[in-house]
Ligand binder design. Structure first.
Ligand code: SAH
Length: 472
């Protein structure tokens, strides 16, 4: 097989990025946008020794899982990868991904997985779920202002004010801002030349409160005629906060560190369960509130709290899980690396009048081991105590130093929330070697139409562990 060959392929599997995988004369091909079950004609774009990448040219016979995507740009846009596959099949794909990783990387025995794995939690309506959108602004070839999304793997903007994953109000807001920019001759940022003013538009929506936040990210110190813009935007029902964010750097990072208020408050509020959260433009907040509530509900269930427990919540962000757990625990300690997030966490504890939480700023893999050591020095013979440890790390998973300390602290239960099931599986393997066993596993689909997902695992301490340690 070589470049530019055209071959017919039956798609038999799916890769981690949602691409179709099939064989032509025994040669494995990865084909983006091909759905499992499709027979396709594909053109080889890159041929390696044992496998290659091909472009989908024509669907010879469509899979029974193939559906017409809702969005016109589903194939081009970098946001969705599997919108052309039925939602039921997407869920099977995701569940298999978690299962496969736990089996292969985690080396969890198959009989055990069959017993402990619960069915994936999908969405009833797998669209319009995102409470946050960050839309790049630019100019098209004719010089018209556009806002939309980056095409896959590039920074060329596909104009689209009506993403089917976002809330419908985005369209009205984006069109209002583009019309304002046109009228007042306000330029869009040109990434290549590092000139022009408006880089991105951030919109956040509180699903329960219906409050709206708009933030314009600008390559400058101010936005001309911002009062006129505020006057227009504030007419939209629910508008609560209008700000600008200053980002004059030549960088891919969307937001800069400095904010300026334009109209209304600098934050919006929303609820997950009974807990209220204040969200500012710079704070991290889960993007799918409907599924987040289900995920945190599971975390609470898995933690098995009775009101007597000391809980550590590692990688706590703005304290979302910590505050959820604090409702049922004696004491919760949260650890987070971003100082602003810790400030938000403390503030969220205050507005909910939750006093049995404490937050530490720093690296999880430093704070917990230091605490553990200090405790040992100060209280001779007595160990630092945790009944339950919850972790919700970024994609790279937990560092081994942290896992080591967790195992040393011997909590009854470890609840692992993960956005990358491969690193989850790696860490599960470590904890199983340290005397923990997998009791429950569940995937939660936080990101329908994309290949991302969250999963949650409950590990319990094996009763014999302590005995063995004392004996040796
Ligand atoms: N549990 C939170 C946030 C999870 S996202 C929630 O559900 O909302 C992961 C968090 O880990 C981010 O807030 C990130 O800033 C933080 N983080 C990344 N590396 C870290 C480290 N080494 N130590 C502590 N926190 C870290």
């Amino acid at each position: 097989m070589q470049k530019n060959d055209i071959v017919e392929v039956t798609i038999e599997d799916m890769g981690m990025d949602g691409e179709g995988i099939g064989k032509a004369d025994g040669y494995t091909l990865f084909i983006k946008d091909a759905v499992i079950g499709d027979v396709v004609e594909a053109k080889i774009m890159k041929a390696k020794k044992n496998y290659g990448y091909a472009r989908l040219m024509r669907i010879v016979s469509p899979s029974k899982y193939r559906i017409k995507p809702r969005c016109l740009y589903a194939r081009k846009c970098g946001g969705c990868q599997i919108q052309e596959m039925s939602y039921e099949r997407q869920l099977v794909f995701k569940e298999n991904k978690v299962r496969g990783n736990l089996l292969r990387i985690g080396e969890v025995p198959e009989e055990l997985l069959d017993r402990v794995m619960e069915p994936i939690i999908g969405m009833d309506v797998p669209f319009e779920y995102r409470n946050k959108g960050q839309f790049p602004v630019g100019s098209d070839k004719e010089g018209n202002l556009v806002a939309g999304f980056y095409a896959g793997r590039t920074h060329s903007i596909i104009p689209n004010t009506n993403c089917v994953l976002g809330v419908p109000i985005n369209k009205e807001i984006l069109e209002c801002i583009l019309a304002f920019m046109q009228e007042y001759q306000i330029s869009a940022y040109d990434e290549g030349r590092h000139v022009g003013l408006v880089r991105h538009i951030l919109i956040r929506y509180g699903l329960r409160t219906r409050e709206i936040m708009v933030c314009l990210i600008v390559n400058g110190d101010s936005l001309p005629h911002s009062k006129e813009l505020a006057q227009r935007l504030s007419k939209i029902q629910g508008m609560t906060s209008i700000t600008i964010n200053i980002n004059k750097e030549r960088t891919n990072v969307i937001m800069g560190p400095h904010m300026k208020s334009v109209w209304g408050q600098n934050y919006i509020s929303d609820y997950i369960g009974h807990v209220k959260y204040q969200i500012s433009p710079l704070s991290f907040y889960q993007v799918n509130p409907v599924q987040t509530e289900k995920l945190y509900g599971l975390a609470l269930q898995y933690a098995g709290l009775t009101g007597q427990e000391t809980v550590w919540d590692m990688y706590c962000g703005i304290g979302t899980i910590s505050l959820f757990l604090a409702q049922k625990a004696k004491m919760v300690y949260g650890v987070e690396i971003v100082p602003q997030a810790v400030e938000d966490a403390k503030n969220n504890a205050r507005i909910n009048e939750i006093s049995n939480v404490e937050f530490y700023t720093g690296k999880a893999e430093e704070i917990l081991p230091e605490y553990y050591k200090r405790y040992e020095n100060e209280h001779t013979g007595e160990k630092a105590h945790a009944d339950v440890i919850v972790v919700d790390p970024p994609r790279k998973g937990c560092s081994e130093t942290l896992l080591r300390t967790m195992a040393d602290m011997e909590p009854e239960r470890i609840v692992y929330v993960s956005c990358d099931s491969a690193t989850l599986a790696r860490d599960v393997k470590y904890l199983r070697q340290e005397g923990y066993e997998v009791e429950r596993v569940r995937a939660v689909d936080m990101f329908p139409q994309t290949v991302s997902l969250e999963s949650i695992v409950l590990l319990s301490k094996l009763k014999s562990n302590k005995l063995i340690r004392i004996m040796f």
